[in-house]
Design a protein around this ligand. Structure first.
Ligand SMILES: N[C@@H](CCC(=O)N[C@@H](CS)C(=O)NCC(=O)O)C(=O)O
Length: 213
């Protein structure tokens, strides 16, 4: 039995959908960020940095959404969420997952939370604008990759990396240039959005994301 700690629309979305794809029993524990539950001493014993998500699997407690996704994919090879260790596609899978978490997700953080990085309204506005430009550059880049060898990040094969991509794309929905305005990105988002596991994840988190499929 897994326990996933998360907040609606938080960085837990991809791991949450993966748990459903896998069909493993899990409990979703919602952490109320608005009430500051993520900063309590009790929650910091689970996630020392006061962030969501975190995953409990027996004695293991771990965090970082991409690491959780990889862990789940590897623990359940039958769900085919990641190419296996001997498959050369594994390299690309890792590349996309790492690139998304340490580059694209970071630009999104600059847009959502410039206050985490720098003090002063003017500097924060500049960082936010910079983040926005970098996100758009990333989306344009992914759009080209997916146009050439989509519809998924690994071509014809769906993987956990697509769940992570979906989460990042979802977060852009209120940005000046949302992911859905890039044709091949939108095609991937629609495919992932149509998966029953993703629909269930959205229901369980109480998220409404209406896109034409
Ligand atoms: N790199 C981390 C980032 C986690 C993260 O920033 N989570 C946000 C929600 S999306 C959070 O907990 N924010 C609360 C806060 O930082 O105060 C991951 O992907 O797990």
């Amino acid at each position: 039995m897994y326990t996933l700690y998360g907040a609606p629309t938080g960085a837990n979305m991809a791991a949450h959908a993966a748990l459903i794809e896998i069909g493993a029993p899990y409990e979703l524990v919602l952490v109320d960020i608005d009430k500051g539950e993520h900063r309590t001493e009790a929650y910091r014993k689970i996630q020392p940095h006061g962030r969501v998500p975190a995953l409990r699997d027996g004695d293991l407690v771990m965090y970082e959404s991409a690491a959780i996704l990889l862990y789940l994919a590897d623990r359940h090879p039958e769900a085919r969420l990641a190419p296996d260790l001997k498959n050369p596609e594994r390299g690309l899978f890792l590349q996309w997952l790492m690139h998304m978490t340490n580059t694209v997700q970071e630009h999104e953080m600059h847009w959502f939370h410039p206050d985490f990085y720098i003090d002063g309204a003017e500097l924060q506005a500049a960082l936010k604008a910079h983040g926005q430009r970098r996100i758009e550059e990333s989306l344009r880049y992914f759009d080209g990759v997916l146009a050439r060898r989509g519809p998924y990040l690994l071509g014809e094969r769906f993987s956990a990396a697509d769940l992570f991509f979906y989460m990042l794309a979802f977060w852009t929905r209120r940005m000046p240039r949302p992911a859905m305005t890039f044709a091949s990105v939108a095609r991937l988002v629609r495919l992932v959005h149509a998966r029953p596991a993703v629909a269930q994840m959205m229901r369980e988190e109480g998220i409404v994301f209406e896109i034409a499929t």
